[in-house]
Write a protein that binds this ligand. Structure first.
Ligand SMILES: [Ca+2]
Ligand SMILES: [Ca+2]
Ligand SMILES: [Ca+2]
Length: 302
């Protein structure tokens, strides 16, 4: 028999360390309790979403390049049909935070376009854009839709859904970004039918528009807030041309000197100057420094 002697103090240390590790393992939240699935649709083939990236459903949901929240592509749906959807399963999670973007060509035609999160095939989270001009969410306690805020046609809205079956059992909450700022959160709301869910394991895009030509666009399913600029802008020498789809922060003061700033209306979305105190414009009427906004361009100061 081989004996392997260690000093008693070392054995104690190892034992305590092992107990600590085991304890941490016991009290740690479930390792899968995060939303991981991301689909920006930019690398999928144009045409039917059905059959790509494990999505399945109506062939009217198409990957296309014309209207998108970010990147090269998004999903559109315009078929006149009383109900259709396209669905994908994800790894089941008991808590998570997910973002997605929606936009509609009308706030009065069709019936509604929604996004659903489901568990074991049962709808849990049910939110979207209605023909009443309202963004709505479904409250499983009152068994009805709740008006949340107005929306405009042809404007992207980013939804953020949170669920946490441990700390907020069988509930979810929502907030919406209107292109300029986030709404407040809804209160924690009972899921559809007050279902006692264990995991969320599916996401669907829904289209209800039996009559009335309306197109809905869906984009950017992600666990990362897509409204936060990811990049740092570089201050150029000479003229600076900015597209409305550019999304970045200036990390240092930028003096264009004799250069000009051109805000071009060639991308999606509006210009947002996050902190107007950081913007100073001089010589607006002179030939030295100027701001030029092309027709249709928008600047939001907030
Ligand atoms: Ca995209
Ligand atoms: Ca199609
Ligand atoms: Ca539950």
């Amino acid at each position: 028999m081989v004996t392997y002697n260690k000093p008693m103090s070392q054995i104690k240390t190892i034992t305590i360390f092992s107990l600590l590790l085991f304890g941490i393992f016991l009290i740690a939240p479930q390792a899968d309790a995060l939303w991981a699935y991301e689909q920006l649709f930019n690398t999928l083939n144009d045409g039917d979403l059905n059959g790509q990236d494990s999505w399945s459903g109506h062939a009217g949901f198409d990957v296309q390049t014309s209207v998108k929240y970010e990147g090269a592509k998004a999903v559109s749906m315009s078929t006149n049909i009383s109900f259709s959807n396209v669905t994908r399963t994800i790894t089941g999670i008991s808590a998570g935070s997910v973002y997605f973007a929606m936009r509609r060509t009308s706030n009065s035609l069709g019936t509604r376009n929604t996004v659903q999160l489901a568990g074991s095939g049962t709808v849990l989270v049910y939110v979207g854009l209605y023909n009443t001009g309202k963004i709505r969410y479904y409250d499983g306690n009152i068994v009805n839709w709740v008006d949340f805020m107005d929306y405009s046609a042809n404007q992207w809205y980013v939804f953020n859904i949170e669920f946490d079956d441990v700390n907020q059992p069988n509930k979810y909450r929502m907030r919406v970004h209107n292109g300029t700022s986030w709404s407040d959160w809804t209160s924690w709301t009972d899921v559809w039918n007050k279902t006692n869910y264990t995991v969320v394991d599916g996401i669907s895009f829904e289209h209800q528009a039996a009559t009335g030509a309306v197109t809905c666009y869906f984009d950017t399913i992600t666990p990362t807030d897509p409204t936060v600029p990811a990049d740092t802008c570089t201050c150029p020498s000479g003229d600076w041309y900015v597209n409305s789809s550019d999304n970045c922060y200036l990390s240092a003061n930028c003096d264009l000197d004799t250069g000009k700033l051109f805000l071009l209306n060639t991308g999606e979305g509006a210009f947002n100057i996050i902190d107007s105190a950081e913007l100073s414009v001089t010589g607006l009427e002179s030939t030295s420094t100027d701001i030029n906004v092309e027709a249709g361009g928008k600047i939001n100061f907030k």
